[in-house]
Design a protein around this ligand. Structure first.
Ligand code: FAD
Length: 536
């Protein structure tokens, strides 16, 4: 058998216990749940990125948290090095959820669901529990998809505050990174909206942690790239859910005006903006926006991309013509939630907000959709792409955090420079975030400035051209390095101790100490390529 040219041998197969794992430690509890059948191995060897193939020795399909704890304990007690990777929905792009020669834990099996990307079968809600009293929350298994968290919370009229754009990601997977979307400027990323976690450390211990109890582990795990423990439950804050969303897109041809307006909208209550005081004062009396994002439309690419069918064909053509004329156009995307039974007049508030913005006259577009339709908007695009065969393709993505003071340099060098030479399909997101919504104690790293931009080059490629796009990503990173733009990678893809130390900056020594404490044998999430054994 071979996977894209990588030969795999199962010659060591001995009974039920996988060959790569030490026999003397075999466990009756989990041996029936460990498999090295080729189909499971192949599925666990690749991910959404389709850029690498990383073959594990075995795959665990756990039916309880205890199964995972047992596996990690065995690995910890073993004299051989056995690595273990939790795999959420496998939506990483560079094998971050892989374990070459180790064990991949298919987390989705915890909820009784099939691993993999099958979205058609009904999914279990047994590991989702909503509490309505006091400060309401959802207890979600780490393997749960956010789309299911949403639907379960909505049954109680509640919903989490902070979302990713795409909901078919697992709770454990996004909390290991940050979980970013257009609500993060206001509520922080998903990692800022968690009250409590159940975690299995690299020693196989099951620990409950929160801000007040085992807080060091709690903060380590949030944005910790799976290095300190496997999240089996997260308690996520929720609030009363809105019914509908007013969804607006505004087109700009001037990047400076675009980002200035974005910044204004996310910082209205935080800072004084020269010339915008009236708007600032008025906003204080009102509820404000619930979502702020934005994206770049390069002159040569269709505006629709895969970010839903918001624009009519006619509007798309007008925007594409504008982008072609100017080399690029920029779309500011905002949303305001509302309840059907509320007396709030959001139309007036939105009108007031728009009055002070500098988009191209005649290029404001309005939509009104249900809350679920808004949150699940990317899924619509996904279904279209799946039909066309453009979903399961290589994705050489690059996600960066760019300091506010350098975003114009980034625009000049990257959007107006490097990307013009080799356009690709897939959205290019750009939107600002407030640093004060992130807790410094969490493992996630962001630039030092009060406001920074997240830039996502979410490219779709072919088997033939993905390496060219990856070379372009490298060029962008080199450009930032040469220009002294102190970016941080989000969903990072690094190799080598010094590069990771630079990535974590002043948090590196804490990151290392926590690794020594919670996973001293470097068992967990080896696909991130941060640590080897011994951890030092
Ligand atoms: P995986 O890719 O399976 O795992 C990611 C990492 O987390 C691995 O290192 C893995 O070992 C570890 N891990 C997984 N589960 C656990 C667990 N329970 N406990 C501990 N560690 C675990 N991100 C955003 O922030 N915002 C977005 O809007 C957004 N949109 C996306 C849209 C698409 C179409 C895709 C493919 C990705 C998007 N992402 C977004 C990125 C996403 O957050 C990451 O891919 C993330 O890894 C979650 O995917 P996953 O649940 O499949 O995790």
């Amino acid at each position: 058998m071979s996977l894209v040219g990588v030969p795999i041998s199962f010659s060591g197969l001995l009974g039920l216990w996988p060959c790569g794992l030490p026999l003397e430690l075999s466990s009756d509890d989990i041996s029936a749940k460990l498999t090295e059948d080729p189909e499971s191995i192949v599925a666990a060897s690749t991910d959404f990125g389709m850029l690498t193939v990383k073959v594990p020795a075995a795959v665990l399909f756990p039916s309880s948290d205890r199964d995972i704890a047992e596996l990690v304990r065995l690995a910890y007690e073993s004299t051989q090095r056995i690595t273990v990777a939790a795999r959420g929905n496998g939506h990483s792009v560079w094998g971050q959820a892989s374990a070459v020669g180790g064990v991949v834990v298919e987390m989705r099996s915890l909820g009784g669901d099939a691993a993999g990307d099958d979205q058609s079968s009904p999914r279990s809600t047994a590991r989702l529990n909503v509490s309505e009293g006091g400060e309401p929350y959802v207890d979600a298994g780490g393997e749960q998809l956010w789309v299911d968290v949403l639907h379960e919370a909505l049954r109680f009229g509640l919903a989490p505050r902070s979302w990713t754009d795409y909901l078919y990601l697992t709770v454990g997977g996004t909390l290991s990174n940050a979980g970013l979307g257009g609500q993060a400027f206001r509520h922080g990323p998903q990692i800022s909206n968690v009250y409590e976690l159940d975690v299995i450390t690299g020693r196989g211990e099951m620990i409950t942690c929160s801000k007040d109890s085992n807080s060091d582990l709690f903060y380590a795990v949030l944005g910790g790239l799976g290095q300190f423990g496997i999240i089996t439950r997260a308690r996520i804050g929720v609030e009363p859910a809105p019914d509908r969303v007013r969804w607006i897109r505004l087109i700009y041809t001037d990047f400076t005006a675009f980002t200035a307006d974005q910044e204004l909208l996310i910082t209205l209550d935080e800072i004084r903006v020269p010339g915008k005081e009236v708007l600032k004062l008025e906003r204080k009396k009102t509820k404000g926006l619930d979502y702020v994002e934005g994206f770049v439309v390069l002159g040569q690419t269709p505006v629709s991309n895969w970010r839903s069918s918001f624009f009519s064909d006619e509007d798309s053509k007008r925007i594409e013509a504008l982008a072609a004329l100017h080399g690029a156009a920029y779309c500011l995307e905002v949303a305001m939630n509302y309840r059907m039974d509320s007396a709030e007049d959001i139309s007036q508030e939105i009108e007031r907000l728009l009055e002070d913005l500098s988009f191209v006259p005649g290029f404001a577009f309005n939509n009104d959709v249900s809350y679920v339709e808004f949150l699940n908007r990317v899924h619509k695009g996904e279904l279209q792409l799946r039909k066309l065969g453009f979903w399961a393709v290589p994705h050489p993505w690059l996600n960066l955090f760019v300091p506010r003071t350098r975003i114009l340099d980034f625009d000049n060098g990257v959007f107006k420079g490097i990307l013009q030479r080799n356009p690709s399909l897939g959205p290019i997101l750009v939107y600002p975030l407030n640093r004060n919504k992130w807790d410094e104690r969490m493992s996630a790293v962001i630039p030092d400035e009060d406001v920074f931009f997240t830039v996502g080059l979410l490219r779709s490629a072919t088997r033939e051209d993905w390496s060219q796009l990856e070379a372009q990503n490298e060029e962008i990173l080199r450009f930032c390095e040469l220009e002294g733009i102190e970016i941080k990678q989000y969903l990072p893809h690094h190799e080598g101790r010094s590069v990771w130390a630079k990535h974590f900056g002043r948090k590196w020594s804490t990151f290392l100490e926590r690794k020594q404490k919670y996973d001293p044998k470097a068992i967990l999430s080896p696909g991130q390529r941060i640590f080897d054994f011994p951890v030092a």
